[in-house]
Each structure stands twice: as structure tokens, then as C-alpha cells.
Design a protein around this ligand. Sequence first.
Ligand SMILES: [Zn+2]
Length: 61
Amino acid sequence: MSKGTPSKGKHNKRSHVLCRRCGKRAFHIRKRECSACGYGSSSKLQTYAWQRRTLNGVRTK
Ligand SMILES: [Zn+2]
């Protein structure tokens, strides 16, 4: 099996569906958790420190 265009036809199983909380297509069906907001695994919205804007290149807390 090759990795090029012919193999793309096999990509017909969807691992992510629309998330009920954030509305993105990031809810993983088998894991039952959203990769964008963390719905399913956590009651709080998933956030990372690197998502915050840095001010003048200084990482603020
Ligand atoms: Zn979500």
C-alpha cells in the first residue's frame, strides 16, 4: 500500500464528529472526548499556556 493519492480513498471512517460543547468537529467517537475543548474528559474548557498571546515576547501568566 502506498501513502499517496490512491490511499486517500480509504479515509472514510470518521474519528471525530461535531462536539456538543464547542461545535468543532473535534469530538473523538471512540475516546469520547473533544480534542479542542476537552469535552468528555473534563468539565472545564481545555486550555494550554501556549494558546495565550505573549506581550512583547514576555510570557505572562
Ligand atoms: Zn469540543
